[in-house]
Write a protein that binds this ligand. Structure first.
Ligand code: CO
Length: 260
C-alpha cells in the first residue's frame, strides 16, 4: 500500500509566538492543500532544536530523524517542502541529508524554497508592497533579510532592483549578515531623506534577528542606527510566514515539487 507523507522543513525559531504564526501556519496551509498526506515536521537548525527542547521540553526532529520516523511508520511516498526563503546553506544541508536518506522510500519529491529562481523574486517583488500599509510621501519601507554567502542568484539585489523598477523606490532591501548590508540601507536613507522609516523582516519568522538586530533597543540595532540618522522609525514584527499570500507561494511550490 502507498502511504503518503508531507514533510515540512524549517530552519526553526526559539520564539514560540512567531513559531505558531509562521512555521505552524505554513505547515497548516500545506497540510490542508495535501489532505491525503500525513504531516511531519523537521528543523534544520540543531541549535534551535536544542533550545526549544531546553525551553519547553518539545522534541523537534532533524531531517534525518523525520526520515527515519516516516520510514518506521510505513511511509513510502514523501513530499518535502522547505519553508526556507532561499537556496542557501540551510537548503544545501537539507539536500545533502535527503540524498543519503531517500533510499528508504519509493518516491521522494521536493518543492523549492520561496526564492529559488528569478521568476520567484519577481513574484515576491510584486507582492511585498501590498503586505505593508501604503506609504505616504516621506516614508521609506526597509525589508531586513538574513542574507547568505552561498547564493547562485543575487536574490536581494534583484529584489531591490525590481521594487524600484516596479514604481516602488520607497521600498528597499538589506541583510543582517551579508551583502547588501546595513550600509546599503543607510545610503538609500541618505538619498531619500525620509521623515519615517518602517522596518520589517524579510524573513519567514520574526525571531532573534528581527527582535534584536532589527527592532532591539541597543545602539547597534537597525532601529537605533536609523533613528540616529534623523527619521522616526517604526518596526513591524511580522515574519513573512504570517501573510497568507506568502504561504500560498509555498503551497504552489509544493504542488510543483520534483523528484529528488
Ligand atoms: Co543569523
Amino acid at each position: 500500500m502507498n502511504e503518503k507523507a508531507l514533510l515540512v522543513v524549517s530552519f526553526g525559531t526559539s520564539h514560540p509566538e512567531t513559531k505558531e504564526k509562521t512555521i505552524e501556519a505554513i505547515e497548516n496551509d500545506l497540510a490542508a492543500a495535501f489532505p491525503d498526506r500525513r504531516l511531519y515536521r523537521a528543523w534544520t537548525s540543531s541549535m534551535l532544536r536544542r533550545k526549544v527542547k531546553a525551553d519547553t521540553g518539545e522534541h523537534i526532529d532533524s531531517v534525518a530523524e523525520a526520515l527515519a520516523r516516516m520510514a518506521g511508520q510505513g511511509i513510502t511516498d514523501v513530499l518535502i517542502q522547505p519553508t526556507h526563503l532561499l537556496a542557501g546553506e540551510e537548503h544545501d544541508k537539507l539536500c545533502r541529508e535527503l540524498e543519503s536518506g531517500k533510499a528508504a522510500f519509493s518516491s521522494v519529491t521536493v518543492g523549492k524554497p520561496l526564492l529559488a529562481a528569478e521568476e520567484d523574486i519577481a513574484v515576491l517583488a510584486a507582492l511585498l508592497p501590498g503586505l505593508c500599509p501604503s506609504l505616504g510621501a516621506g516614508e521609506l519601507m526597509v525589508w531586513m533579510g538574513h542574507g547568505s554567502g552561498a547564493l547562485r542568484l543575487p536574490v536581494y539585489q534583484i529584489l531591490d532592483g525590481l521594487l524600484s523598477q516596479n514604481g516602488h523606490p520607497d521600498h528597499t532591501v538589506g541583510t543582517v549578515e551579508f551583502d547588501p548590508g546595513f550600509d546599503a540601507v543607510l545610503e538609500r536613507v541618505r538619498q531619500r531623506r525620509p521623515a519615517r522609516v518602517i522596518l520589517a523582516p524579510l524573513m519567514v519568522v520574526a525571531g532573534d534577528h528581527a527582535v534584536n538586530d532589527m527592532a532591539g533597543d541597543d545602539p547597534d540595532s537597525w532601529q537605533s542606527r536609523l533613528r540616529a540618522e534623523g527619521p522616526a522609525v517604526t518596526c513591524v514584527l511580522r515574519g513573512l510566514g504570517e501573510y497568507e499570500a506568502i504561504r500560498a507561494l509555498y503551497v504552489a511550490h509544493a504542488r510543483a515539487a520534483k523528484p529528488l
